[in-house]
Design a protein around this ligand. Structure first.
Ligand SMILES: C[S@@+](CC[C@H](N)C(=O)[O-])C[C@H]1O[C@@H](n2cnc3c(N)ncnc32)[C@H](O)[C@@H]1O
Length: 239
């Protein structure tokens, strides 16, 4: 396993995603290397629509090519989006897709989410798809989660979809085995090994219990898992 100090740098992550825009631009497939990605898009979008009014101000952290914002737009009818990503090509594609979907006014910010600054209580919702697993030490997670809480208005909604590990080693092994079998079915053993290789080099995922405990500690009054299949799932939290 790659030790923490040897994991991908922010610059390496940005460069890799600059070249991956196409792979993140299809609402019908979602992110194919992730299990249940279309189902998770659906759960997140419907959860957003259940708690938000049309025109809601929604921050999409690690927006990629905009799949989550676009899917929420489809459920909600209208949206006031702020898109954040390390990658400029991803932000450009997300903006173009939203313009095509009838949203001409979009704020885009190219930034590391750890360094982002937003006005306190200014957001109705924050959505984050497949990006928090790039946070490293506890201090990173604590800093970002307390910022997310600060930026939401009272009653505001946090929706997170991600790769999540299991804190019990034996059960974690089962989750990884099942994910490996999924990847082999999709693309064979070489594909599985390539995906496992970049996860090992690039990602530092945390479990659901770790994240839900931390959400409570930083002040969220509600949090619960909405969906899980093996190492992939999503949750909601309310300020
Ligand atoms: C796996 S993609 C997911 C994209 C999109 N949320 C989706 O689900 O289709 C992760 C995205 O997060 C961005 N990203 C990675 N680390 C980031 C960071 N520290 N701050 C902001 N964006 C980041 C990448 O550039 C990439 O576009």
């Amino acid at each position: 396993m790659t030790p923490l100090h040897a994991k991908s740098t922010i610059e390496e992550i940005r460069t890799r995603f600059d070249g991956e825009v196409e792979r993140f631009s299809d609402l019908n497939t979602g992110q194919e290397a992730a299990m249940d990605s279309v189902a998770v898009l659906d759960v997140i979008a419907r959860a957003a629509a259940a708690r938000l009014a049309p025109g809601a101000r929604v921050l999409d952290l690690g927006c990629g090519a905009g799949n989550y914002t676009l899917r929420i737009l489809r459920e909600l009818g209208s949206i006031d989006p702020i898109l954040v990503d390390l990658s400029r090509p991803m932000l450009d594609r997300a903006r173009a897709r939203l313009a095509e979907a009838g949203v001409p006014r979009v704020t885009t910010i190219q930034a590391d989410l750890r360094e982002l600054a937003m006005e306190q209580g200014s957001l109705d919702a924050i959505v984050s798809g497949a990006v928090l697993h790039h946070l490293r030490e506890d201090a990173d997670w604590e800093h970002v989660f307390s910022r997310l809480h600060l930026w939401l208005r009272p009653g505001g909604l946090l929706l997170v979809a991600d790769l999540v590990v299991c804190d019990d080693p034996a059960l974690n092994r089962v989750m990884w085995d099942r994910y490996g079998e999924y990847l082999v079915r999709r693309g064979g053993e070489a594909y599985r090994d390539a995906v496992f290789g970049y996860i090992d080099h690039e990602d530092t995922p945390r479990s659901f219990p770790y994240q839900l405990d931390l959400l409570k500690r930083v002040g969220f009054r509600f949090c619960d898992v909405l969906h899980r299949n093996s190492l992939f799932g999503c949750y909601a939290a309310i300020k």
